[in-house]
Design a protein around this ligand. Structure first.
Ligand SMILES: NC(=O)c1ccc[n+]([C@@H]2O[C@H](COP(=O)([O-])OP(=O)(O)OC[C@H]3O[C@@H](n4cnc5c(N)ncnc54)[C@H](OP(=O)(O)O)[C@@H]3O)[C@@H](O)[C@H]2O)c1
Length: 236
């Protein structure tokens, strides 16, 4: 079903965010992406923003509002990893990942919620990770930031659920992007042995779930964690 709703995807210049933006464009949404560098896919409005900087996000939202209208669907996708074992993890390794993945989500959702409350309609979709609930050696910072998004979405659901706003978490497993390409070959092979589907997913397989959560068919789903992980997390 085609729609002209306005969607904003953070980190839409590459990887999963870019695939999500492409899907929204194809479905007829007026689609904006934030990018620190580069551009979103064809058919999107690219706005500059760093999710660690609330002022840059505010300016980006103002530009989207002026050009496309208030943001009705928000996909908080921007995220980073800084993997290392606990004893080697510096305060900066921890803080920068939490400030981007969790703090960035807080900043962007807070800004988006104003328009959604006014419209009494909104969809908030947070991109977490299978390792948020499954755990992962070498990713204390990353998995903590991703697990926190579950509490975030559920608290948001309790705060804004009666105002026509849903908040859900999508938890991808291993997806073919720059993030996973950076993993050593042997680590990638080891992961594939543990994934029941026996393969990594394409970013488009995550994007299809995100666009579905934004659709009218998902109007009564909120506070949910939807895994897109080929069975890796199973119950986590
Ligand atoms: N790939 C996977 O297997 C996988 C699995 C589970 C979850 N995820 C999650 O899915 C999301 C997207 O991952 P990906 O694999 O597509 O990663 P990616 O290819 O590394 O892309 C990350 C995106 O986030 C943006 N970003 C990072 N820090 C930012 C900041 N401070 N402000 C604004 N934008 C920022 C990047 O912008 P720049 O281009 O400017 O750096 C880029 O657009 C992340 O939240 C990630 O944790 C990925």
């Amino acid at each position: 079903m085609s729609t002209e709703r306005v969607v904003l995807v953070t980190g839409g210049n590459r990887g999963i965010g870019r695939a999500i933006a492409e899907r929204f464009v194809a479905a007829g949404y007026r689609t904006a992406v934030t990018a620190r560098s580069g551009e979103g896919p064809e058919g999107t409005l690219t706005v500059r923003a760093d999710v660690t900087d609330a002022a840059s996000l505010d300016a980006a939202f103002t530009e989207v509002e002026k050009t496309l209208g208030p943001v009705e669907v928000l996909v908080a996708n921007a995220g980073i990893t800084k993997d290392t074992l606990l004893l080697r993890m510096t305060e900066d390794d921890f803080d920068s990942v939490v400030s981007t993945n969790l703090g960035g989500t807080f900043r962007v959702v807070k800004r988006a919620s104003k328009g959604m409350l006014r419209a009494k309609w909104g969809r908030v979709i947070l991109i977490s990770s299978v390792v948020g609930l499954y755990g992962s050696a070498g990713q204390i910072n990353y998995s903590s930031s991703k697990a926190a998004l579950v509490g975030f979405a559920r608290s948001l659901t309790r705060e804004l659920g009666a105002r026509g706003i849903t908040a859900n978490v999508v938890a991808p497993g291993f997806i073919e992007t720059d993030m996973t390409a950076a993993l050593p070959e042997e680590t990638q092979a080891e992961y594939k042995r543990n994934i029941p589907a026996g393969r990594f997913a394409s970013a488009d397989e995550v994007a299809g779930v995100v666009t579905w959560l934004a659709s009218d068919d998902a109007a009564y789903i909120s506070g949910a964690v939807i895994p897109v992980d080929g069975g890796l997390g199973m119950g986590h």
